[in-house]
Design a protein. Structure first.
Length: 357
C-alpha cells in the first residue's frame, strides 16, 4: 500500500494556502482557493490516516482516525471560543450536538442504507457496538441534556464544579472505552473478512512509510485547523446573511471535521466491512465528547468564559429519538434497508430544523 503523489504534496500546498489566507483575508479568489485547499487537506488526512491504520491494524486504525478528527474539532472550538468569548458560549454545545446527530443518523444511515442496497444485510459484533453506543448515549445525556434540569445555576448551564465533574466523567469513560476496545475485548471490534475490499489483501506499508504518513497526517491537520479558522469569519457572515440561526455554525464545523470519517466509513460499508464503519462512527462520537468537553471545560474555567451546554426542548426530543433508534438498530447485530431509511429521515429532520427552527 503505497502513497500516491497527490497526498504527499497536498499538505504543503494547503499550508501555502493558509499563509495566503491570513495575508490577504479579503480577497475573493484567496477565499475560494482556501476552500479547495481545505477539502483537499481533509482528503489527504483521510488517506494518511488509513495508511497508518493499515499498518497497525484494527481497531487501532479507526482509533487513529477518530483522534485525528477530534483534534481538528477541538482545535477549532477552543480557538473560536477564545477569540469570541461570551458570544461563543453555545458553540461547543452546538458542535457536539451536531456531531452526535450527524454520526448517529447521517453517517450510520448512509452506511446502513447504501450497504443494504449492495449486500441486502450486513452483520457486525453487537458485543462491541452495543456498549460503545450505550457509552455515547450516556455522555450525550450528561453533557447536553442534564444542564437543562440542574438547579444550581440559571439557564441551561452547569456551575464550575459541575462542569469539572462532567468533564472528568467524560474523559474517564472515554479512557475505559479505549481500554475495552483495544486491549480487554479487541476481538469485539474486528471486522469480518471482506473479499470485496482489495485493500485488505494489500501488503501493509513499511515502518518508514507509516511514519512518513503519520507526519503528513499531522501537517494536514494543522492545515485543516488553520484554514477552517481563517474561513470562520466567512462562514459566520454567510450564516448571518442567510438569516439562519447561529447554531448552523456548529453544524457547519461538525460537517467539515467529520468529512474524513464519513468518507472512510462509507467506503468500508460499501466494501462489506460494516464493523469498521461502526468503529469509526461511534468511536468518533465518543472521542468528540470524551476529549472535547474536558478541554473546553478547562479553557472556560481558566479564562472565565461562559459555557452553555443544555439543549433546547426541540433538540432534546430529536436527540433522544435518534439515540433510541440507534440502540434499536444494534440489538440484532444486523442492518437492513429500513433501518438506514429511518436514520436518514432523522438526519434530514435535524438539518432542516437547524436552518428553520
Amino acid at each position: 500500500m503505497k502513497n500516491p503523489g497527490w497526498p504527499l504534496l497536498v499538505p504543503f500546498v494547503a499550508l501555502g494556502a493558509l499563509v495566503m489566507a491570513f495575508a490577504m483575508p479579503d480577497a475573493g479568489w484567496i477565499v475560494a482557493g482556501a476552500v479547495v485547499a481545505l477539502i483537499a487537506a481533509v482528503m489527504a488526512a483521510v488517506h494518511h490516516a488509513e495508511l497508518v491504520a493499515h499498518r497497525i491494524g484494527e481497531p487501532f486504525g479507526t482509533l487513529v482516525l477518530a483522534l485525528a478528527v477530534t483534534s481538528i474539532e477541538l482545535s477549532l472550538i477552543v480557538s473560536l471560543m477564545l477569540a469570541g468569548g461570551a458570544e461563543k458560549a453555545t458553540l461547543a454545545r452546538d458542535t457536539v450536538y451536531a456531531t452526535v446527530m450527524i454520526i448517529c443518523s447521517g453517517v450510520l444511515g448512509v452506511c446502513d442504507f447504501f450497504g443494504a442496497l449492495r449486500f441486502r444485510e450486513q452483520s457486525f459484533r453487537i458485543e462491541g457496538a452495543g456498549p460503545a453506543l450505550a457509552a455515547l448515549a450516556t455522555l450525550s445525556v450528561l453533557v447536553l441534556v442534564m444542564p437543562v434540569f440542574t438547579v444550581s445555576s440559571t439557564g441551561a448551564t452547569y456551575t464550575n464544579a459541575q462542569l469539572v465533574f462532567v468533564g472528568i466523567l467524560s474523559l474517564a469513560l472515554w479512557c475505559v472505552f479505549v481500554f475495552f476496545q483495544t486491549l480487554r475485548h479487541r476481538d469485539y471490534f474486528l471486522p469480518a473478512h471482506a473479499p470485496e475490499d482489495e485493500s485488505t489483501h494489500a501488503p501493509p506499508p513499511t515502518n518508514a512509510q507509516a511514519w512518513a504518513s503519520f507526519a503528513l497526517l499531522l501537517v494536514s491537520l494543522v492545515a485543516v485547523v488553520g484554514l477552517a479558522k481563517a474561513l470562520s469569519p466567512t462562514i459566520e457572515a454567510t450564516v448571518r446573511a442567510a438569516g439562519a440561526p447561529v447554531a448552523v455554525i456548529g453544524v457547519a464545523i461538525a460537517l467539515l471535521v467529520l468529512m474524513p470519517e464519513t468518507v472512510a466509513a462509507v467506503r468500508a460499508a460499501l466494501a462489506g466491512r460494516l464493523q469498521t464503519s461502526l468503529n469509526l462512527a461511534i468511536g468518533s462520537g465518543l472521542a468528540t465528547i470524551g476529549l472535547t468537553i474536558p478541554a473546553v471545560v478547562a479553557v472556560c474555567v481558566a479564562f472565565d468564559i461562559p459555557l452553555v451546554l443544555g439543549l433546547d426542548p426541540r433538540d432534546i426530543v430529536l436527540l433522544s429519538l435518534t439515540l433510541v433508534i440507534a440502540m434499536v438498530g444494534v440489538t440484532t447485530g444486523r442492518t437492513n434497508l429500513m433501518q438506514g431509511a429511518v436514520q436518514l429521515v432523522l438526519f434530514a429532520a435535524f438539518l432542516f430544523l437547524s436552518v428553520v427552527p
